[in-house]
Design a protein around this ligand. Sequence first.
Ligand SMILES: Nc1ncnc2c1ncn2[C@@H]1O[C@H](COP(=O)(O)OP(=O)(O)OP(=O)(O)O)[C@@H](O)[C@H]1O
Ligand SMILES: [Mg+2]
Length: 351
Amino acid sequence: MALWRRFWGGTSKDIAVDLGTANLRIFLEGKGLLIHEPAMVAVNERNSNIVAVGTAAKDMLGKTPPHIITTKPLVKGVISDFEVTERLLKFFLDKIYSENFSLIPRPRIVMTVPLEMTEVERKAVEDAAFAAGAREVYLLEGVIAAALGAGLPVRESTGNLIVNIGAGSTEIAVVSLGGVVNKRTLSLAGDDFTKQIIQYSRDVFNLVIGEKVAEDVKCQIGSTQDWQQPAEFEMRGRYTLTGLPRQVVVQDTQIRESLYKSVHLLVENIKAVIELTPAELVADIYENGLIMTGGGSLLHGLDRTIARETDIPVRVVDDPITVGIRGAGSLLGNVDLINELSLPQAGSRSR
Ligand SMILES: Nc1ncnc2c1ncn2[C@@H]1O[C@H](COP(=O)(O)OP(=O)(O)OP(=O)(O)O)[C@@H](O)[C@H]1O
Ligand SMILES: [Mg+2]
């Protein structure tokens, strides 16, 4: 076993994978971030063949005939479709192998995972990675990966508060000495903001808009604080009163109103985590500031709203959508550090 491991370990490169509800990111040791695509697969149900993956599958969304199904492997941050997960991972890992001739397959894979996971969910992640060709699988909590990517001293005895707002889930975690001291997971995140906009459009304008339009509205004029200039967006959808297409101009103030409840709930949960954190760590957090990661943290003004409500300085990290995979990627090649920071293995396979 040891000899076998030395042989393979000496020649193959490590890989890190951050599989999220919206996006899949893969990092290859020595090469960097190679894959960053929507976590989506389109399958032809007649023959079970994959029709498209990643961006190509997302582009088909809402436009496929009934026998072509577009699915996301994760729902609210957790694997819900094992087979799709495995096929998505395998597709992109095979692509990496074929484009990197020097790379011997069967790599060591570090997978980022949510804070709250059942044994079954945990096994599903491990199995998907093994099935996609991993030789060894290590599970690293996504917030630890994000903290590493943000350059925080995660292994030191100082408290850092990370708020990772993804597409399907938000994780609020106090990290110190390489571990998570206090945490809370919400199913409220970027997708929820998008859904609120869809709902608002239907309630206020009688206009049914698609997810893509709503996400565009959110990213273009969505906010929790005033823009310097008022902003507006032309939304196209179906007018429910006639069933025909219609265009409606929506103002940034209206979108802010539609997001208000979700943002308020998010802030309340952050406060609750701070309230339950030991005083020494709270002092550190006040000193170090709250760190925001994940695509949802790009919502305009959210950092300022959280800072105002919590009285703590807030910083959105650079490139919050890739910070987790960059953090996990920074560990590659250093087995000791991977071992120190990743979750203990409970699975049936040993390292
Ligand atoms: N400029 C922006 N403004 C607001 N939201 C944005 C912006 N850019 C991206 N987002 C949102 O960020 C989310 C995707 O973020 P991210 O890639 O971190 O999620 P994920 O890791 O796939 O999901 P999760 O961690 O919840 O499983 C989407 O909901 C997207 O709409
Ligand atoms: Mg994520």
